[in-house]
Design a protein around this ligand. Structure first.
Ligand code: GUN
Ligand code: ZN
Length: 426
C-alpha cells in the first residue's frame, strides 16, 4: 500500500555552494508519496492526498522530512573504542584502534558490532554509510549481512594492510588482492550493497600491495576505492620517508593506480596546490570528517576554498576517530571548523553536505540523497523543537534556515522522530 508522509519537506534542485540557498526546495506543508521502496511523487500535501486517497497517511505535522543522512566515511569496527582519550593519529591507531580491530576475525564479535553500529546509525537518521572494515573477510561479511537484513544501502570493503600494523592485522599483497576480489564478487550489487576497494592508507601498505589493489581497481573501475589522505602533519612526513620517490602524498596513490574519479579520500586537510589541482582534474571526492579532525587534533579542512575550486566533497563522522554518530553534530563541527577558517557555512550548505553532497561523493546521487520521484525511499523526519533550548530559539525564527540552524548546532538523536529505509519505517 502506498504511504504518504506529510510535514515540512526539504530537498535540493542544485548545489547550494553554487546557487546559494535558493538551490533548496522547501514546502511548509509538503508530502512524499512512497511505494515499493521508492519515492513516487512529491508536492503540496493537500494535492497528493486528494490524488492518492488510497495511501496510508503519516502526518508529521511541523516536523521536517528530508532524505536520510549519508555518512561517507566510517570505521564500523571502531564503534567500541569511540571517545578514547589523549592520542594523536599514529599513537591512537596503535593504542586503541589496532587492538580492537584484531578482534574482528571472530565472526560473533564482528556480527555484534556490525548490528550495534547500524542500529546506532539508524537512530541518528543515517540511512547510508560507507565503511572501512578490518583485514578479516569475516568483518566484511558481518557488515554486509547486517545491512542486508535492515534493507540499507551500505558501501564497505576489507581494510588492507601489509606493514606497520601488528601481528594478526597484516595480510599480503596477494591476499589483499584475492580476498578483496572474492568479497567484491560476493557482495557488490547484491540488494543495496556495494563493495569499496580499501587500502587503509599509504603507510600500512607496501608498494606491492598498493600496486595489487590498483590493478584490482583497473579490473573493476565502476567500484569505488576509499583510503585516507593528508590527515596529520606527522603522517605526511612518514609517507614522504616511506615513499621517497613520490612528489607528495597523493602522488603515492597515483603511482599505484589508486587515483580516480571513483576515489574517496578521507580527511584531505593538509593538501599542496599540486594535490588540489590533481584531485580536481580527476574529479575525485574528498571526505570531510570534522568531529574527528577536532578530536584527534588533525587540522582545519578548507571547505570554502575546496568547494569554490570545484572539488567534490562529502561529509562523514569517521567513527571511531570521530566523536559522534550524529550527522547533526557533524554538521555543527563542520560549521565550527569553517568559522575557524573565517567562513560561515549556510545551513542550506550543511544540510546539503549531509545528504546530496555525500551521496554525490559516493556516486549514489542517482538513487539516494534527495526527495525526487524515482529515488529510493530513505528518509529522516526531524523535530525542529527537540529540546527546550532548541525549541525556544526555533520559535523566534523568521524563515526555514533560522528554524533549522538551532537543530544543526545543538541537535542530536532526540531530534530524530523517524527513520525510513527502503520505504519502511525502522
Ligand atoms: N588513517 C589511517 N587509518 C585511520 C583510521 O582508522 N582513522 C583515522 N581517523 N585516520 C586513519
Ligand atoms: Zn578513516
Amino acid at each position: 500500500m502506498p504511504e504518504l508522509l506529510i510535514g515540512q519537506t526539504l530537498t535540493y534542485a542544485a548545489d547550494p555552494f553554487d546557487e546559494g540557498p535558493g538551490a533548496a526546495r522547501h514546502d511548509s506543508r509538503g508530502g512524499v508519496l512512497i511505494d515499493a521502496g521508492r519515492i513516487v511523487a512529491t508536492g503540496p500535501a493537500d494535492r497528493l492526498r486528494a490524488a492518492h486517497p488510497d495511501a496510508r497517511v503519516q502526518d508529521y505535522g511541523q516536523a521536517l522530512i528530508s532524505a536520510g543522512f549519508v555518512d561517507a566515511h566510517v570505521h564500523y569496527p571502531q564503534t567500541g573504542i569511540i571517545a578514547s582519550w589523549g592520542k594523536r593519529l599514529i599513537d591512537w591507531l596503535n593504542t586503541y584502534t589496532f587492538p580492537e580491530e584484531s578482534r574482528f576475525g571472530d565472526p560473533a564479535h564482528a556480527q555484534a558490532m556490525a548490528a550495534l553500529c547500524l542500529d546506532l546509525m539508524l537512530a541518528q537518521g543515517t540511512t547510508t554509510l560507507c565503511s572501512f572494515c578490518t583485514i578479516h573477510t569475516e568483518s566484511v561479511d558481518a557488515l554486509f549481512a547486517a545491512a542486508r537484513s535492515r534493507g540499507m544501502r551500505v558501501l564497505a570493503g576489507k581494510t588492507c594492510m601489509d606493514r606497520n600494523a601488528p601481528d594478526g592485522l597484516r595480510d599480503s599483497a596477494q591476499a589483499a588482492y584475492d580476498q578483496s576480489k572474492a568479497l567484491l564478487e560476493r557482495w557488490h550489487g547484491v540488494d543495496r550493497l556495494g563493495y569499496v576497494i580499501t587500502p587503509r592508507f599509504a603507510p600500512t601498505s607496501t608498494p606491492d600491495q598498493l600496486a595489487a589493489l590498483g590493478a584490482l581497481w583497473s579490473e573493476y573501475p565502476e567500484v569505488p576505492m576509499q583510503t585516507h589522505l593528508s590527515e596529520q602533519r606527522e603522517e605526511i612526513a612518514w609517507v614522504a620517508a616511506l615513499f621517497p620517490g613520490s612528489r607528495d602524498y597523493l602522488d603515492v596513490y597515483e603511482r599505484f593506480g589508486l587515483l580516480g574519479a571513483r576515489g574517496l579520500y578521507g580527511h584531505a586537510i593538509h593538501l599542496t596546490d599540486r594535490e588540489r589541482s590533481r584531485l580536481r582534474e580527476v574529479g575525485a571526492a574528498l571526505i570531510h570528517c570534522p568531529t574527528s579532525n577536532a578530536f584527534i587534533g588533525s587540522g582545519l579542512f578548507d571547505m570554502a576554498g575546496l568547494k569554490s575550486e570545484g572539488q567534490r566533497i562529502g561529509l562523514a563522522t569517521d567513527i571511531g576517530g570521530g566523536s559522534s554518530f550524529s550527522m547533526l553534530r557533524t554538521m555543527a563541527a563542520a560549521y565550527d571548523i569553517a568559522q575557524l577558517r573565517g567562513h560561515a557555512l549556510h545551513p542550506a550548505q550543511l544540510w546539503w553536505l549531509a545528504t546530496q553532497g555525500s551521496a554525490r561523493a559516493l556516486g549514489l546521487d542517482d538513487r539516494i540523497g534527495t526527495l525526487q520521484p524515482g529515488m529510493e525511499a530513505d528518509l529522516v523526519v526531524i523535530d525542529l523543537a527537540s529540546t527546550p533550548l532548541i525549541a525556544q530559539r526555533a520559535a523566534r525564527a523568521n524563515d526555514l534556515w533560522e528554524a533549522l540552524f538551532p537543530t544543526i548546532m545543538m541537535g542530536d538523536d532526540r531530534a530524530v522522530i523517524a527513520t525510513w529505509v527502503n520505504g519502511r519505517k525502522v
